[in-house]
Unconditional design. Structure first.
Length: 101
């Protein structure tokens, strides 16, 4: 399957555009951000390119999330998915998970 470019959800400051470029090209998004900043000071092309990319670059589909920040996040996701499939999602579970952290 061909590699696709998406906005980043992990390396996100404004829209995730620079993070998405960084993940796609496998480089630190800081370098992409620096390139955009240089282009902004060289003229307005950096702003226009960034805005165009932010509008055209799709968000990562929910099915593509295969990385979690911690093992607890992955475990919570699996538990919630099982509860949803079984039809036993309790609204209190959702709120409790937010207040436990």
């Amino acid at each position: 399957m061909a590699k696709k470019i998406y906005k980043s959800t992990k390396n996100k400051i404004f829209t995730g555009t620079c993070g998405g470029f960084g993940e796609y090209f496998n480089i630190d998004p800081l370098f992409i951000r620096m390139i955009f900043i240089i282009l902004v000071f060289a003229g307005t092309s950096g702003i226009w390119i960034y805005l165009l990319a932010a509008i055209l670059m799709p968000a990562r589909p929910a099915e593509d999330f295969d990385q979690f920040e911690t093992e607890d996040d992955e475990e919570e996701y699996v538990n919630m998915k099982e509860k949803r499939e079984n039809g036993s999602v309790d609204i209190d579970d959702k709120f409790d998970s937010y207040f436990e952290k």
